[in-house]
Design a protein around this ligand. Structure first.
Ligand code: ADP
Ligand code: UVW
Ligand code: MG
Length: 393
């Protein structure tokens, strides 16, 4: 550590038009988190730290908006007495080869690019983020942390798609995502309740949404499969569909791009409601279509929960995380009511009073299943991996 400066890790989650970041020291929550958005070509780049107003980003002539975003971040760090020791990247797909965090080098990057067709809306942007930061900060350790890695423990039967063997060999199999979040949720719960070592159902319900079933803290089942469009209905993604829907649309003349956009950007809460992808907006709406979208979202969470509970042989603990899981008391209550057959019963007052900002139990005293809200922190998991890499020399 340089005199007077404290080591910090920048955890980055680069998406198609935005870059989310968190700055972490060795322990504790992020010192700050924030977001750069409008970074796409022709966009209106702006940024904010959480709970602060949006600032327009000044993009100097000759540089891209990504470079400008990075320069802004570095000047923030320097002004805070922090030395950037490493950058930890959330990469959604690690494929068959990456089941633990890895230092990024040319060879690894080349492999990760080959996985782009398996996660077309996430992987290319994650890797663009890596390349932009590598170019701007050459020599700084860059650690790749994979969403899929947490699910490497899933049994073979859970990983397999019922397709011909040759396609399985090509990598067409179920991987599961949101692994950094599930890693955080399962470790946090392991320290909070001994029952989390049993059969644990984790619900990461944000803009993207999935479920994970774990036993002994190890992933055994995921509602997401090959791609991050499988499983639950999401903000704008359909989740699992009858594959016949795709055949029908292709026969009706839809192009690949149209179908991809339909499944990833125009469906889910947004598509069903025709109003918004944001649960807050739908809860506040009096339109019947908003209520219908919420009802379907809740139903799909319940239905997929049943599948995961069966896959892990029962239920000891359920955990709610992500923007909806942490903040939407009604959703938690409705899901818990649907899962009453497991012995789960919420403490209605505790559930309603929860702010979602702190780890807290919300089950009733006579519930045979524990229920917890776990404010998730994917950046913390990625930063831990980067600090571990630095410590290993
Ligand atoms: N107070 C709230 N009540 C209900 N839903 C909320 C609330 N706050 C956020 N959400 C939902 O959470 C979503 C964002 O989830 P989050 O996990 O933060 O995002 P991301 O998946 O982009 O990381 C929003 O789109 C909205 O649907
Ligand atoms: C994998 C995935 O769906 O991620 P996100 O929720 O960040 O879109
Ligand atoms: Mg998310």
């Amino acid at each position: 550590m340089s005199a007077g400066l404290r080591d910090a890790v920048l955890a980055v989650n680069a998406g198609s038009s935005s870059l989310k970041f968190g700055v972490y020291e060795r322990s504790g929550p992020a010192l700050w988190t924030g977001l750069f958005e409008g970074l796409e070509p022709g966009g209106a780049p702006r940024w904010r730290l959480d709970r602060e107003p949006v600032h327009d980003l000044v993009v100097p002539a000759g540089s891209g908006s990504f470079d400008a975003a990075l320069a802004e971040l570095l000047s923030l760090l320097a002004a805070s007495g922090l030395r950037l020791a490493a950058v930890a990247h959330r990469i959604v797909h690690g494929g068959r080869r990456c089941t633990a965090p890895r230092a990024l080098d040319d060879e690894l990057l080349a492999y990760l690019h080959t996985l782009e067709p398996l996660a077309p809306l996430h992987q290319p942007h994650n890797l663009e983020g890596v390349e932009a930061i590598r170019a701007a900060l050459p020599g700084l350790p860059q650690i790749a942390c994979f969403d899929t890695a947490f699910h490497a423990t899933m049994p073979a039967v859970e990983r397999r798609l019922p397709l011909p063997r040759a396609l399985h060999e090509q990598g067409l199999r179920r991987y599961g995502f949101h692994g950094l979040s599930y890693d955080y949720v399962s470790r946090t719960l392991a320290a909070a309740t001994p029952r989390a070592a049993g059969r644990l159902l984790m619900a990461h319900l944000g803009n993207g949404a999935s479920l994970c079933g774990a036993v002994g803290g190890r992933s055994m089942a995921s509602s997401m499969g090959l791609s991050a469009v499988d499983g639950l209905m999401m903000g704008t993604r359909s989740g699992a569909l009858d594959p016949g829907v795709l055949l029908y649309l292709w026969r009706a003349g839809w192009s690949l791009e149209q179908v991809e956009s339909l499944l990833y950007r125009e469906s889910g809460l947004k598509g069903v409601s025709g109003i918004s992808a944001d649960m807050r907006t739908l809860r506040a709406s009096t339109e019947p279509a908003a209520a219908e979208a919420i009802e379907l979202f809740t139903h799909r969470v319940l239905r997929e929960s049943g599948a995961i509970i069966a896959a892990i042989g029962g239920l000891d603990v359920i955990a709610f995380a992500g923007g909806i899981g942490e903040h939407d008391a009604r959703l938690r209550a409705d899901v818990a009511a649907g899962l009453a057959f497991t012995g789960l019963k919420l403490d209605a007052a505790a559930n309603l009073a929860a702010t979602g900002d702190v780890l807290m139990p919300v089950h009733a005293a006579d519930s045979t299943v524990e229920a917890w809200i776990v404010p998730t922190d994917e950046g913390r998991v990625a930063a831990d991996a980067a600090f571990a890499h630095l410590d290993a020399g």
